[in-house]
Write a protein that binds this ligand. Structure first.
Ligand SMILES: [Zn+2]
Length: 435
């Protein structure tokens, strides 16, 4: 069966390439994946999947870091004018851009797979060396670019959907394909988990494209070492006053913010693992002779474990409250994104390695540590808490530039490899009969 699947998947390589290039050309950043989500929903529906879209996927109030209403409205228009599916796009209005496809094949375990769909706020390179520009599929969305390979992830998800629909009668169990918005800035996954979509899942898998050091492709199950993180927007509000006449009547928000910055950067370290802290922006004040009444900061904390990150976050909030109190200001904080640290269950990771090398004949490489943060972690956490198994896998392929770089492009062998990986694993977990 593995060989049959591989042959079938090689047969759709060209179609996968075209799909990927279409997504690449129409890059959409977090919560704006309206065109993308509508096309995903259309395709899943045509394949016979039960499809959830809109507010049925992402819990409204748990969506973090949503763009302003006017941006959401403008982009909806853009999507309508650029080939979004007219029926499904309506459900994405206001940034409800998650899609789930469910294939029920009788009794058996529930296997979920996560594919992220969002692009980055990067302006794509325009030159002959850059293949998307040379072969005319560079992003035509102003200021947005698929520079992290999520166009590939979405395509792999749709390819997997197509192949699994073909072998539906030979599966026993349930397949859930989760197309997630807003992974960048770790904003989207939490709202899907909080909706309960992972509660009945026995196995959850996710994968991310990664750069290979040579011309080969490698499979790297057990990708971990992501940092748990919390992103906060902070506003101190004080009271303005004339700086020369009666400064004593003012409440200085800049002093509160400055006090907070210095103390947050000095949080004592936690013995449980590495941590990071960064106050990235601070904007305050309105004029030279006015006591500053408003200061806004954007900051983030990270931790090697979810506990270390929670410690950093709690300490930061205490300092913010203390600094506000010192200077008689009020404080508002808003969580703009957050992720736990990814956990892979060792037995499942070992099993994936075995299937990939022995049945799918893929080259294995040690995944190593991933470094940044990845909100797939919420899904692994929920599934493991409920007694299920989880694994995050690296698909390592040659890339033209570092990730998040304006010259980024990846070797499209990644597409068939990704579909082989997911369909092979589903066959292993849910297939009945001959192997
Ligand atoms: Zn990414």
């Amino acid at each position: 069966m593995y060989e049959k699947l591989a042959k079938r998947i090689d047969g759709i390589a060209e179609e996968l390439k075209m799909t990927r290039r279409d997504f690449h050309k129409h890059a959409e950043t977090g919560w704006l994946e309206m065109r993308t989500a509508s096309l995903v929903a259309r395709k899943l529906t045509n394949l016979g999947y039960e499809v959830l879209i809109g507010a049925d996927v992402c819990k409204d109030e748990e969506r973090m870091g949503l763009p302003p209403q006017d941006v959401l409205d403008q982009h909806y228009q853009w999507a309508l004018e650029h080939g979004a599916d007219p029926e499904f796009v309506q459900n994405t209005r206001g940034g409800f851009t998650g899609v789930i496809g469910i294939l029920r094949c009788g009794e058996g375990p529930v296997v979920a797979m996560r594919f992220d769909m969002d692009a980055l706020g990067v302006v794509e390179a325009e030159n002959e060396q850059h293949r998307p520009s040379r072969e005319e599929f560079a992003s035509m969305t102003p200021g947005m670019m698929h520079a992290c390979g999520h166009d590939g992830h979405t395509t792999i998800g749709l390819g997997t959907a197509a192949i699994l629909a073909e072998i539906k009668d030979q599966l026993t169990g349930t397949v859930k394909l989760i197309f997630q918005p807003a992974e960048e800035g770790v904003r989207g996954s939490h709202s899907i988990v909080e909706h309960g979509h992972l509660d009945d899942v026995d196995y959850v898998m996710g994968a991310h494209l990664m750069g290979s050091e040579d011309d080969e492709c490698y499979i790297c199950p057990g990708l971990a070492g992501t940092l748990a993180t919390t992103k906060l927007d902070v506003v101190f509000k004080g009271k303005p006053a004339h700086a020369g006449v009666d400064p004593q009547l003012g409440k200085n928000a800049m002093l509160a913010a400055a006090t907070a910055v210095m103390n947050i950067q000095a949080i004592p370290r936690h013995g449980g693992g590495d941590s990071r802290i960064n106050v990235g922006t601070l904007h305050a004040g309105s004029g030279r002779n006015v006591v500053c009444d408003n200061a806004k900061m954007e900051l983030e904390v990270r931790g090697e474990t979810t506990e270390v990150n929670a410690y950093m976050e709690a300490y930061t909030l205490d300092i913010l409250r203390g600094a506000a109190m010192m200077h008689g200001c009020t404080l508002e904080t808003k969580k703009m994104g957050s992720a736990a640290a990814i956990e892979c269950t060792p037995a499942f990771t070992e099993h994936i390695k075995k299937v990939c090398t022995e049945k799918l004949h893929m080259k294995y490489q040690n995944p190593g540590d991933m470094g940044g943060s990845e909100d797939f972690a919420y899904m692994t956490k929920r599934v493991i808490e409920k007694g299920g198994q989880a694994c995050f896998t690296g698909i390592r392929i040659p890339c033209s530039a570092p990730f998040h770089n304006s010259g980024f492009d990846f070797d499209e062998r990644a597409l068939t490899m990704g579909v082989k990986f997911y369909t092979g694993m589903v066959w292993d977990l849910l297939g009945k009969g001959e192997n």
